[in-house]
Ligand binder design. Structure first.
Ligand code: ARG
Length: 471
């Protein structure tokens, strides 16, 4: 077996270099500590490339067989944890290639024909991210299902709806939860669209200009499942762009940041609702922690952390977008810095999804506390105004009449529905005893039965729509 030029890469890249890298520079430039998680994509990309090289008679069938054998062993070694990752081999790509050559000799050295690490790494990140997007998509479906189940169960539970965090109008608790289902459904749409632009093949771009070998890029794309919605191979069509842009990663992180923002809003509500001042819900103990000093405490740590981790993902988005902004075409080593923020975004989002799927399913709802709070805030004042409008008043006048009634109710410490008919008629003679039906919380909810409204019947219709959509 001939010598392996990658063996002493730390000494020098090639005959061109006359001094080795210092240990500090090696550590500074290496990415293997974190990019080794791309190994499966790297192996898959290399196998697809090698298979195409053989089909195009650029390498021999014996070379391909040797590469396949070597890669099978490398896969086994990595899975078993016995693969020796070397810092002096810089990244996942050189580590795997060096081991391949060690195992199969010259065939390993032929693998890099018509390829550069620049198109290799872009391909690996895209393949890896595509599969992660699929995993995230499945988790989003599960999360929506969990929310829909709780929403259906509590379609008739009445919650004070807030604007400005002041009691506004009563809403169905199920309706409130379905608002989050809408948000997470749009997140899923965004991820699906990002997937389409991620799942395109850079290989063949080589270092930046394309290659002089007669590669069959479409064949490689098909092998790797990089196809468009109608099954045609999806290729990056410009070599400079293929190796250098990371917009797909930025786009993904942007979708992830938005999804985390949705979690953060839900978290804020869970924290408020669980506080003694609201007392609307309880979270299962396993999602909370106690205090080291105050024995009475049960703190909603999980939603608080999700709210906090949102900042971290938003930070990754800023990091990635800033990473890109000053780069001239084509590849620059700056791009190696795309990995940690991207990986951490995926990890954080997946963990948050998994934990919320469980936490939402185990939520304890306290309908009496919610209803009491709704009654306290004169939440049916708008219903009284609408009632007067139906009796012929212009809305602005009705609004004014009701403001007076609410003022009196506040002064008497009563709800609107507790005011006697004679008192109400004092505010406007058009009021008669059918008014009490609209002043109840249930009446207020039931009146809002149009598409998107909070009536329990409408909530159930939406539950059915979501079920059909989610399968
Ligand atoms: N580790 C590098 C990265 O993550 C691989 C590409 C290196 N290419 C190069 N020309 N130095 O981007």
């Amino acid at each position: 077996m001939s010598s392996n030029p990658l063996d002493n890469k730390s000494q020098a890249w090639s005959a061109l270099f006359s001094e080795p890298m210092s240990e500090l520079v090696q550590r500074y430039t290496a990415s293997v500590a974190f990019d080794q998680r791309l190994w499966r994509a790297d192996v898959a990309g290399s196998l697809a490339h090698a298979e195409m090289l053989a089909a195009q008679s650029i390498v021999g069938a014996d070379d391909l067989a040797a590469i396949q054998r070597g890669m099978a062993q490398i896969t086994a070694e990595i899975e078993a944890g016995s693969f020796e990752w070397k810092l002096n081999l810089e990244d996942v790509h050189l580590n795997i290639e060096a081991r391949l050559t060690q195992l199969v000799g010259d065939a390993g050295k032929r693998l890099h024909t018509g390829r550069s690490r620049n198109d290799q790494v872009a391909t690996d990140v895209r393949l890896w991210l595509r599969d992660e997007i699929d995993a995230i998509g499945s988790l989003l479906v599960e999360l929506q299902r969990a929310l829909v189940t709780v929403a259906e169960k509590h379609a008739d539970v009445i919650l004070p709806g807030f604007t400005h965090l002041q009691v506004a109008q009563p809403v169905s608790f199920g309706h409130h939860l379905l608002a989050y289902v809408e948000m997470f459904a749009r997140d899923a749409e965004r991820f699906a669209q990002t997937r389409e632009r991620t799942n395109r093949l850079p290989l063949g771009a080589a270092a930046l200009a394309g290659t002089s070998y007669p590669l069959d890029r479409e064949r490689v794309a098909r092998t790797l499942g990089m196809v468009d919605s109608v099954g045609n191979p999806a290729l990056c069509q410009n070599s400079l762009d293929a190796v250098s842009d990371r917009d797909f990663a930025i786009e993904f992180t942007s979708a992830a940041a938005l999804c985390m923002v949705h979690f953060s809003r839900l978290s804020e509500e869970l924290v408020l609702w669980m506080s003694q001042n609201f007392g609307f819900i309880d979270l299962a103990d396993r999602f909370c922690t106690g205090s080291s000093i105050m024995p009475q405490k049960k703190n909603p740590d999980v939603p608080e952390l999700a709210r906090g981790k949102t900042g971290r993902v938003v930070g990754h988005l800023m990091g990635l977008i800033t990473l890109m902004k000053g780069q001239p075409l084509a590849y620059n080593k700056d791009n190696q810095e795309d990995k940690e923020p991207l990986f951490d975004t995926v990890d954080t989002l997946k963990d948050t999804l998994r934990i919320f799927i469980e936490m939402v399913a185990g939520i304890t709802v306290k309908p009496e506390a919610m209803e009491r709070a709704a009654l306290r805030g004169h939440a049916t004042a708008t219903d009284l105004a609408d009632y007067l409008v139906k009796k012929g008043l212009p809305f602005r006048d009705a609004h004014e009449v009701v403001a007076h009634a609410v003022k009196l109710a506040i002064a008497q410490g009563a709800t609107l529905s507790e005011l006697p008919l004679a008192t109400l008629q004092g505010f406007h003679p058009a009021i008669s005893d059918d008014v009490y039906a609209v002043l109840t919380l249930q009446g207020s909810l039931n009146a809002r039965g149009g598409i998107g409204g909070t009536a329990p019947a409408q909530v159930r219709a939406q539950v059915a729509r979501h079920r059909a959509r989610l399968g």
